[in-house]
Design a protein around this ligand. Structure first.
Ligand code: NI
Length: 297
C-alpha cells in the first residue's frame, strides 16, 4: 500500500525545520508534460520583454539586460500545471499540515536562467503579520537540477526566528551562505517550504538553468481573518482547485490506480457554486488585495 501523504515523521521535520524534500516525486510521463509546458512558457518569456504583467524580469548583473525571472498564474497558462494542482498526494499532505480548509493561493514559475540569473537576497515570502498560527507554505516542483551553483539556500528553523534575528541576516551586505543548507535537487524532486523560512540564491554565472514551479497553499480561516486577499477570493480559489482535481481525474497520463483527493472543507468554507464554470483560472491577486501594498512577491 503506497503512502497517500507525508508521514508523521516528515510532518514533524517540516514543522521543526521549515522545509521538507520529497525525492523522485514526479513520474516520467507527468514530468515530461510539465517540462514541455514550462519550456513553452520560458521560451515565450525569453523572446523579449513582454508587456504582459504575468512575465516578470530582473536586471542581469553582467550586461544590465532584462532577464526573465518569474511567470505568474501558470495554472491558467498550462494544462499540465492544472493537472499537477490536483495531485492527491500533495493535497493530502497540505491538508495534514494546514487542515481541510486550505486553498491554493500562488502558482508561479521561478526561473534562474544561465549566466545572468539574478541574485535573490535573503528574504521571507510573507510577513509574519499574515501568517497566524498555521504553517503556510509553498510546494516547489523542480523541472531542472539545482546544484551548488544554482540552488536555493535556506536557514533551517528560521521560520520560527524573531524579527530582529531575521533583520540581521537580511541586512548583511553580501549574499553569504554561512549556516545555510543548500537545497540540492534533481528534476522531479519536490520541496515544501514555509513562507517564513529565510531563503535566497546566488547570481547564476554558469550555463545552467534552474526552473521551479511554486504552488502556495493557505488556510481559508487565516486568509479570512488576516488576508492578504479579501474573503471573496476564497470561494474562487476553491473553484480553481475543484476544477483542477476534475482535470486530473480525466488526464490520460495519470494512473487509474491513483486515489483522487476528496476536497471537503468544513463550514463555513463548505463548497458552493463549484459546478459553475469559471471564465478563467487566473484569479488576479490585485483584484482581491486588501492592503495598498503591491501583491508582487
Ligand atoms: Ni522567495
Amino acid at each position: 500500500m503506497p503512502n497517500l501523504a507525508i508521514t508523521d515523521a516528515q510532518a514533524a521535520f517540516f514543522r521543526a525545520n521549515g522545509y521538507l524534500i520529497l525525492r523522485g516525486f514526479l513520474h516520467s510521463e507527468e514530468f515530461s508534460r510539465l517540462r514541455q509546458g514550462v519550456d513553452n512558457l520560458t521560451e515565450y518569456g525569453k523572446l523579449g520583454v513582454h508587456a504582459d504583467p504575468d512575465f516578470l524580469y530582473g536586471t542581469g548583473d553582467k550586461t544590465g539586460k532584462r532577464v526573465l525571472r518569474r511567470i505568474e498564474y501558470v495554472v491558467d497558462k498550462s494544462d499540465a500545471c492544472k493537472v499537477l494542482l490536483g495531485h492527491p498526494y500533495i493535497l493530502r499532505s497540505v491538508e495534514r499540515l494546514i487542515g481541510k480548509d486550505f486553498i491554493p493561493t500562488w502558482d508561479s514559475l521561478v526561473a534562474k536562467l544561465p549566466a545572468e540569473g539574478v541574485e535573490v537576497p535573503w528574504h521571507r515570502d510573507a510577513s509574519h503579520f499574515h501568517v497566524g498560527d498555521a504553517p503556510i507554505f509553498t510546494v516547489a516542483f523542480y523541472l531542472d537540477r539545482a546544484d551548488q551553483d544554482t540552488c536555493l539556500w535556506v536557514l533551517p528553523g528560521s521560520h520560527q526566528w524573531k524579527q530582529s534575528d531575521v533583520d540581521q541576516i537580511v541586512a548583511r551586505p553580501v549574499f553569504s551562505t554561512d549556516g545555510a543548507t543548500p537545497l540540492l535537487m534533481d528534476p522531479g524532486d519536490v520541496a515544501f517550504h514555509h513562507v517564513l523560512l529565510l531563503h535566497g540564491s546566488r547570481a547564476n554565472h554558469t550555463p545552467k538553468t534552474r526552473r521551479v514551479l511554486y504552488y502556495e497553499f493557505r488556510p481559508a480561516r487565516v486568509e479570512a481573518e488576516l488576508g492578504p486577499h479579501t474573503p471573496e477570493y476564497i470561494p474562487l480559489k476553491q473553484r480553481v482547485l475543484v476544477n483542477c482535481i476534475a482535470r486530473r481525474r480525466a488526464a490520460p497520463y495519470v494512473s487509474r490506480d491513483e486515489v483522487p483527493y476528496d476536497y471537503d472543507p468544513p463550514a463555513p468554507w463548505t463548497l458552493t457554486g463549484v459546478d459553475v464554470p469559471l471564465d478563467s483560472l487566473r484569479i488576479p491577486h490585485e483584484t482581491y488585495w486588501r492592503s495598498s501594498e503591491s501583491p508582487e512577491k
